[in-house]
Design a binder for this molecule. Structure first.
Ligand code: ACO
Length: 319
């Protein structure tokens, strides 16, 4: 049994916030600095109090609508997020309740910017094993909540949003191959090292990053994992129709495409308008390319992500 993508959806909160808007808000930065190093021109930032479940719900509803699947038919809901609404219950359970679904298995996956590829890989295995038939896989983040707005080296890089796919059991591919990896020895180069303990936040509640170390690690593993899933599916990386990589930085995306021999025109890029939306970045980019008519049925699409942990993963999808 294969897992086939039958619907995609996404949602971005509010209006775009440009690099110049950030500078006007008092951050000591410029459009030239941000755009030349990252390719980011604008991002969407949710209003205070907005939750990942609110963003994820809309993305999920749009994916269900495209698939022509009713919420009550779904038997598995996985949400990838590092900004859950609460410590518990899971954001997946909250979205399940808002959708009016009862009885589906629902849980969150925490693999930061690789979270969507993790959630997709897990859902694929549930469907391939025959235990579940219709899955909702969501990446939803309100990263603006965990940014230190006094740290210009990180706060300009991220945005908020959500994306989702519906996966259904099918006789033909579907997801052709997937791979998931982590290296916990790299936890120090990207993290939010705080925690809630005895009613207090202890440690640092904001995102901290060694940008240059992250850059090098990301380019290396994104190329490796793309080659791994293509080898599993016995397809050359150059035969992929579309690469949908995690949207962290245009220079990481371009370096990965070059290493894999994939032309710039076949790489989906949203980082210029979305910034880095962590677990939401891949499904947001996928949905945008599907709705624009760029990604077509029958094409081979490689999705891949990398994030804190460090974690990384990929899936090769026959669309
Ligand atoms: N505006 C203006 N100047 C800035 C800004 C800013 N927003 N941020 C930092 N600077 C300054 C620094 O203070 C420093 O100034 P100094 O030389 O006077 O001390 C100078 O710019 C250079 O700072 P670096 O941090 O060395 O800049 P670098 O060239 O490494 O670029 C960047 C930083 C863009 C973060 C880069 O390292 C990068 O892209 N790394 C990848 C990280 C990434 O994409 N992370 C996303 C999350 S991880 C993930 O999704 C996998």
């Amino acid at each position: 049994m294969y897992a086939r993508v039958t619907g995609t959806g996404s949602f971005l909160p509010g209006n775009p916030v440009s690099n110049n808007d950030l500078a006007a808000r008092g951050i000591d930065t410029s459009d030239e600095w941000i755009a030349s190093r990252t390719g980011i021109r604008s991002r969407h930032l949710a209003e205070a109090g907005t939750t990942s479940s609110q963003l994820g719900l809309i993305a999920a509803q749009r994916a269900l609508e495209m698939a022509g699947v009713a919420a009550e038919e779904i038997d598995l809901i996985i949400v990838a997020t590092s900004t859950p609404d609460f410590i518990f219950p899971s954001t997946a359970c909250i979205i399940q309740g808002l959708l009016g679904n009862k009885g589906a298995a629902a849980f969150d996956v925490q693999a930061v910017c690789a979270g969507f590829t993790y959630a997709l890989g897990i859902a694929e295995k549930f469907i391939a094993a025959g235990s579940h038939r219709k899955a909702l896989v969501i990446g939803a983040e309100v990263f603006s909540r965990i940014l230190d707005w006094n740290d210009r080296g990180t706060c300009v890089l991220f945005g908020d949003g959500a994306g989702a796919v519906v996966l259904e059991a099918a006789e033909t591919p579907g997801i052709m191959a997937s791979a998931l990896h982590a290296d916990g020895s790299q936890f120090a180069i990207l993290n939010v090292p705080g925690q809630i303990s005895n009613g207090q936040v202890t440690g640092d509640p904001f995102l901290r990053m060694d940008g240059q170390a992250v850059f090098k690690f990301a380019v290396k593993v994104l190329a490796e994992v793309a080659e791994e899933v293509c080898a599993k599916a016995a397809i050359a990386t150059t035969a992929i129709d579309w690469l949908v990589p995690h949207q962290a930085n245009i220079r990481i995306i371009e370096a990965t495409g070059r290493k894999l021999g994939i032309d710039r025109e076949r790489v989906v890029v949203t980082v210029d308008r979305h910034g880095n939306t962590s677990a939401a970045s891949v499904p947001l980019a996928l949905d945008e390319a599907v709705r624009a008519g760029r990604i077509q049925r029958g094409q081979k699409v490689l999705v891949e992500g990398v994030g804190g942990g460090f974690t990384w993963g990929a899936a090769l999808i026959e669309f």
